[in-house]
Design a binder for this molecule. Structure first.
Ligand code: PMP
Length: 376
């Protein structure tokens, strides 16, 4: 039988309905256009521009040579778990806290949703938000409830309280934020944390950018709500995005349920990467934060007279208002000048802003500033 005589099945029928919630066409379009550019100024990428520190690379190679290549315990290798938990407990004195090592922070987020959301449960997400949140809630059969932040991308407490219903199961916080780079102020973090306690609502805090706070110390809702489920990871702090290492800590019952789910899904985080993660915890990464603070200042100074911008105080993103037109039209104009940024409607139901990442060389940032000044 030749291949041409084989009957073609209708594969569309095989695709589950839940996948319709995962529309990555917007970002993909930017990446497709990017692939065609010869010398792009790429301010679209959500990862550090520095490389993994040498000592971390060496630990990974050593682990591989030492034969640490098999499965690890589902919950993660003991030395890494113990070290992470000791660091956490120094900050958050709650005895009922367990920790699970995950395949990236994404793995932790996914397992947390699967562990806690029942069909129809509502999950409050502050808009703008990290792209993954709403689709993950849908994947777990929940309903994302988007609550707009105020003009400074801070939490509007009245809107938050009004969004809560009998079905609210979970609230998601992310500070410093992707895509805005804004750190939530302490008063609102405390308020949200306490409201969740009073109303028996689970609270997830995505702290993946916690090491990149420029103007004030990091504030975790777990300081005010001992049952906060904290997701964190090494992708941004140590530029290990491709290595897939994250962790989550929270109340014993939640973490044990997540561990059970990990056993039947991801199995464990890659073992050599876990050993590398252990040595990463001994790296001084303060110079990266310093560096991003300077880059923040550089790009903010270059754009503040041309765009309406909330000055970011964390992460490595900025979320300026579109000066004209739709996100798509603006992004196309930027691409005509070899510049890649991301339209805001990927992160929001409003098509009013765009995201740029300042995790790049000063020279690339200066090229980007020049184009953005020109097209404003
Ligand atoms: N949370 C936020 C806010 C992020 O920006 C990212 C990565 N872009 C993640 C989670 C996922 O990170 P990881 O690579 O650890 O899965």
């Amino acid at each position: 039988m030749t291949p041409s005589s084989l009957a073609k099945t209708n594969t569309t029928r095989w695709i589950a309905e839940r996948t319709a919630h995962f529309d990555s066409s917007g970002i993909r379009r930017v990446f497709d256009l990017a692939a065609k550019l010869k010398n792009p100024i790429n301010l679209s990428i959500g990862q550090p521009h520095f490389d993994v520190p040498d000592q971390v690379k060496e630990s990974m190679i050593r682990a591989i040579h030492d034969g640490k290549n098999g499965y690890s315990p589902t919950q993660g290798i003991a030395p890494l778990r113990e070290r992470l938990l000791a660091d956490v407990q120094r900050e958050l004195p709650n005895p009922d806290r367990k920790l699970l090592v995950t395949s990236g922070t994404s793995g932790a987020l996914n397992l947390a949703m699967l562990a806690m959301i029942d069909p129809g449960d509502e999950v409050v997400i502050f808009d703008p938000y990290f792209v993954m949140y709403a689709p993950l809630v849908r994947l777990a059969s929940g309903i994302p409830v988007l609550v707009d932040t105020n003009n400074e991308f801070q939490i509007d407490l009245q809107r938050f309280v009004e969004a809560l219903t009998q079905r609210t199961k979970l609230v998601l916080l992310n500070s410093p934020s992707n895509p805005t780079g804004v750190c939530l102020n302490e008063a609102s973090v405390k308020e949200v944390a306490e409201i969740c306690v009073q109303r028996d609502i689970a609270l997830i805090s995505d702290e993946i950018y916690r090491h990149f706070c420029f103007d004030a110390p990091f504030v975790s809702p777990a300081q005010f709500n001992p049952d906060t489920i904290v997701v964190d990871g090494f992708s941004k702090s140590h530029a290990m995005t491709g290595w897939r290492l994250g962790f989550v800590h929270g109340p014993t019952e939640v973490i044990e349920t997540m561990t059970k789910l990990q056993q039947y899904t991801y199995v464990c985080a890659p073992q050599p990467v876990q050993w590398a993660g252990l040595s990463a915890l001994d790296c001084d990464i303060s110079s990266f934060t310093q560096d991003y603070r300077q880059k923040r200042d550089r790009i903010y100074e270059g754009l503040k007279d041309h765009y309406e911008i909330v000055r970011p105080d964390g992460a490595f993103y900025m979320y300026p208002k579109l000066p004209w037109g739709t996100g798509q039209a603006f992004i196309e104009k930027a691409i005509e000048h070899d510049l890649l940024v991301i339209p805001g409607n990927i992160f929001s139901r409003h098509d009013t802003h765009f995201r740029l990442s300042f995790a790049n060389s000063d020279e690339q940032l200066d090229r980007g500033i020049e184009v953005l000044q020109k097209i404003a």
